[in-house]
Design a protein around this ligand. Structure first.
Ligand code: BTN
Length: 318
């Protein structure tokens, strides 16, 4: 089935006869595989008499060879389908695989988002990327780490021409107030000693609105740029950006990146509500502190907030 998908990925028409010849099977076997493809991967296929078959839109499929070329900062383990790339990294760490390494998949059946939400992960549309890191430096190396990852993702998006992309504390990436990427860090081991971090990154790449149902405003790189994004080139760029920012973070600490982060923060100076469980704190964004905590002006006083369960909204009057 995957060979058939590779033949169709250009989004052009292919006759049943040509597909059968390339696969070494009959036209009716091609037809069966096409039906299977459509049903299992939710990829609509058009059939036009006299022209053949084509996908609704062209695809950029993951290519393990291209991703593991010399010069790549770490190995990229490529999967067709996983429950979650973060879960796969955890299993590999538990089995003794030595970090750093990255896991990517064409789709996730149980993609995890922040605060227990699910991350919609349709086949071959987006980027589902998890990086395994070993943390030797204890708490200092974890300080601001999720914000540093946000900077690496931002710089990747901008390298692909998305100049309007920006950050929303703590680590969402937005374009025109629509979410384009999210980050989920999961920790394994003792943060005071040697531990591992799983850096999960989801980027909406070639996803189109007709195919999914997401409960918040979102966009994708293709919707913003109008072109199909080469996901292998995107992964190569992301890994290179991550390596650069992680090195700076390790050598110089988060405070060296604080100004740059604030420069990319879309909600600097804006009136916001900070949601912490049932509590709602109204304030104005001042920036972040040297640990990555959010600085808000609340009733004329400066206060700092941090923690994975917090979420930020723009106030109605902003
Ligand atoms: C968020 O809620 O904003 C965080 C979303 C993180 C999604 C990515 S996709 C790759 C990795 N694997 C997962 O299961 N989740 C993260």
């Amino acid at each position: 089935m995957l060979t058939l998908l590779k033949l169709l990925q250009d989004g052009r028409f292919h006759s049943g006869q040509a597909l059968g010849a390339a696969l070494g099977v009959s036209r009716s076997a091609v037809w069966k595989q096409l039906q299977q493809l459509e049903a299992e991967l939710s990829l609509p296929i058009y059939k036009v008499r006299g022209r053949g078959y084509r996908l609704q839109s062209p695809l950029s499929l993951l290519d393990s060879e291209a991703l593991n070329k010399a010069g790549s900062p770490w190995a990229h383990r490529v999967f067709d389908s996983l429950d979650s790339t973060n879960a796969e990294v955890m299993r590999r760490l538990a089995a003794g695989e030595v970090p750093p390494f990255a896991v990517v998949a064409e789709r996730q059946t149980e993609g995890r988002g922040r605060r227990g939400r699910r991350w919609v992960s349709p086949y071959a549309q987006n980027l589902y990327y998890s990086l395994a890191l070993r943390i030797n430096g204890g708490a200092r190396q974890l300080e601001g780490l999720s914000l540093v990852i946000g900077l690496a993702v931002l710089s990747t998006l901008r390298a692909f021409g998305l100049v309007d992309a920006g950050l929303k504390w703590p680590n969402d990436l937005l374009v025109n107030n629509r979410k384009i990427a999210g980050i989920l860090l999961e920790l394994l081991g003792d943060p005071a000693d040697i531990c591992h971090v799983v850096v999960g990154i989801g980027i909406n790449v070639n996803m189109q609105s007709s195919v999914v149902d997401i409960d918040q405003p979102w966009t994708s790189m293709q919707s913003e740029s109008g072109t199909l994004i080469d996901r292998n080139a995107l992964i190569a760029q992301l890994s290179a950006c991550l390596e650069g920012y992680l090195r700076r973070h390790e050598l110089e600490g988060f405070s060296a990146l604080r100004e740059e982060w604030e420069g990319g923060h879309l909600w600097q100076g804006k009136p916001v509500s900070l949601i912490a469980g049932v509590q709602k704190i109204q304030g104005r964004v001042l920036g972040i502190d040297a640990t990555g905590a959010l600085r808000l002006s609340v009733d004329g006083e400066e206060r700092a907030y941090s923690g994975g369960e917090l979420s930020l909204r723009l106030s109605d009057d902003s």
